[in-house]
Design a protein. Structure first.
Length: 280
């Protein structure tokens, strides 16, 4: 889940999950909480952030989808801020003190068309997707949904991602996303703001230049494409997206972006490479 605010970040990078958990527990004691993570190329990469306003966190894992553990977390006043799968197990991050959202729910589908339909149905009901996950072995798509967050959202896809991209701010440029409209017309809440960006974006038109840019709030892979959830009304107004095959090639970029006041809000291992979204 993209936190509403961040003041500082660090990374936990480990090949062994037990060592990774021990380091995470150490960072919890220092006031850092998991804000995103993924598993790729045999290594866990965990983004931990301070200044989120969150108060407590714990991790659950298991080979089966953790439906019961999700419900237990809700019963104890926690929300699910991250969910992902490594080669063998689902990993669930449960967090207390998350402000800005009401009740939470989840949806699971076995087909991507059904996943899209459930996404648009959730938007129609005023819900916000805070996290999505995909288990390619079982073909299961998962969406975590929240009430009251109020982000206007759209699902889009790009066949390719450039190595370095900038969204928002003075360096803004138009990218040719393909937006996914609902098949059910009654769920069509397609925003004119997305319409301007996706079809009629004009870099010479100052009025359009001043329009708010949608921010990427999550990424998954499907059928050879990069699928994004893009959101309006987040606290962020500028993003950098970087794609590299190896983490060693992106590590220097992480340090540079942190020095510029950006923070990692999404980290994903897709198609044998890392995609990091930095926001400020």
């Amino acid at each position: 889940m993209v936190p509403l605010k961040i003041s500082e970040q660090t990374l936990v990078i480990e090949e062994n999950w037990d060592r990774c958990e021990r380091e995470i527990e150490r960072m919890w004691q220092e006031g850092f909480y998991i804000t995103d993570f993924d598993y790729g190329d045999g290594v866990y990469h965990v983004v931990m952030s301070a200044g989120t306003g969150w108060s407590e966190q714990y991790i659950e894992s298991g080979s089966e989808f953790p439906e019961r553990k999700i419900e237990e977390a809700w019963d104890e006043g926690y929300v699910v801020t991250n969910i992902a799968i490594d080669d063998e197990e689902w990993i669930l991050v449960c967090t207390a003190g998350v402000r800005g959202i009401g009740g939470q729910s989840w949806q699971g589908t076995e087909h991507f068309d059904d996943f899209e339909d459930s996404f648009h149905e959730a938007l129609h009901q005023g819900l916000t997707m805070t996290k999505m996950a995909y288990d390619d072995e079982d073909g299961l798509y998962i969406a975590m949904l929240a009430e009251n967050l109020g982000w206007e959202q759209q699902l889009s896809y790009w066949e390719e991602i450039e190595a370095d991209m900038y969204l928002g701010g003075e360096r803004r440029r138009g990218y040719q996303r393909q937006y996914r409209k609902p098949r059910n017309a009654s769920h069509n809440r397609f925003s004119e703001r997305f319409d301007r960006m996706g079809k009629n974006w004009d870099p010479n038109n100052r009025q359009v230049e001043l329009e708010e840019e949608a921010m990427v709030t999550d990424i998954i892979d499907h059928d050879g494409n990069y699928f994004f959830v893009e959101s309006f009304d987040t606290p962020y107004r500028e993003q950098c997206i970087h794609r590299r095959e190896h983490w060693d090639d992106i590590d220097m970029i992480v340090q540079e972006r942190w020095s510029e006041g950006f923070f990692i809000t999404t980290a994903a291992y897709i198609y044998d490479g890392w995609v990091l979204v930095f926001s400020r």
